[in-house]
Design a protein around this ligand. Structure first.
Ligand code: BGC
Length: 246
């Protein structure tokens, strides 16, 4: 059984579990530790080490990070801490966790899981996943192959970035109805669709479990839109997938 450890770094919690890469199943407890108040690289690496120790793990670890990750180096961290910029996270986490670490963007990780085991499995052509959470993450696939580090959440629309209009954080902060917020999500999807003409949109993030409450407000989107199937597993499963097979 090809089992890897997947870790998902989020704004409020950092979660880890063992994942069977052949089935996409989580095969251990999902252990969660609160994100440190000041989530600096050293503080977060310390939490990841605790998670690795909790799982008594010594093999490869895949970690989903909420920002651009190029060859293991962090380039953006919009909703974390600016001290991450240009940190070689692969090297830092490999040293602190005493395991071989591969860092990947969190939305790319969720997309890898959905395309392999969930709503995007066996869909040919271009598939785009958007995660609606604290920010908006994006993952683009053509025939199952990832185009890494797209950042549609930072696309500017009418003077505001998309994630400041349509993330689930904005829905909560502004106490928007599903109708009003759904209209914002619709605008974002239409903007992306205008440029990419995908075959399928997949919406992820915790709020995707409420898809039935806002799907009717996406009716001007021409591309089929479906909710993610892996729900809160996608980030961890996708991070584990980013380690690659043995
Ligand atoms: C970041 C993305 C990330 C998304 C979801 C955005 O603010 O720029 O890289 O995928 O939030 O966490």
């Amino acid at each position: 059984m090809a089992v890897k450890l997947g870790i998902d770094i989020g704004g409020s919690g950092i979660k880890a579990a063992k994942v069977d890469l052949e089935t996409g199943e989580v095969v251990s407890e999902r252990h969660r530790i609160e994100t440190p108040d000041r989530p600096t690289p050293d503080a977060v690496a310390g939490v990841c080490r605790e998670l690795v120790e909790f799982h008594e793990w010594t093999g490869p670890v895949g970690i989903g990070f909420p920002g651009v990750v190029q060859n293991g180096v962090i380039r953006t961290a919009a909703n974390l801490d600016k001290s991450w910029i240009d940190v070689d996270a692969d090297a830092l986490f490999t040293r602190v966790c005493k395991c071989e670490v591969s860092m990947v963007n969190d939305a790319d990780a969720a997309g890898l899981a959905e395309v392999k085991f969930g709503a995007g499995a066996d869909v040919a052509g271009t598939v785009i996943l958007l995660t609606l959470g604290t920010g908006i993450g994006s993952a683009v696939f053509t025939d199952g192959k990832l185009v890494a580090n797209t950042e549609f959440g930072h696309m500017e629309m009418d003077g505001k970035i998309a994630e400041d209009r349509a993330s689930s954080r904005i829905k909560d902060e502004k106490d928007l109805s599903f109708k009003k917020w759904g209209g914002e999500v619709e605008d974002v999807l239409r903007e992306v669709e205008k440029l990419f003409w995908p075959e399928l949109f997949i919406l992820g993030g915790g709020i995707s479990k409420n898809f039935d409450e806002f799907s009717e407000y996406l009716d001007k989107v021409r591309t089929p839109v479906v909710p993610a199937q892996m729900l809160n597993r996608a980030g961890i499963v996708g991070a584990a997938l980013a380690c690659g097979a043995d």
